[in-house]
Design a protein around this ligand. Sequence first.
Ligand SMILES: [Zn+2]
Length: 76
Amino acid sequence: MTEPQEKSRQVKCPQCGRLTLYSTENPFRPFCSERCRLIDLGEWASEGYRIPVRDSSSDSLTSEEDDHDDPHEDKH
Ligand SMILES: [Zn+2]
């Protein structure tokens, strides 16, 4: 009952799911790279990641609905 894979054990990167070496050779273990490690730590947010810009096109939709104001109370 010997495990020959002890020297090259591989684990799945918790971030991207890629198989990565889990040993002292990998300073980012159990992650596959520094990037995945940073992502997990949440430090990547301030690292220059693009923040989704708000949709400015929805602005025209609002003004269109605003035009629906019909004071038809004179029908009474
Ligand atoms: Zn990864």
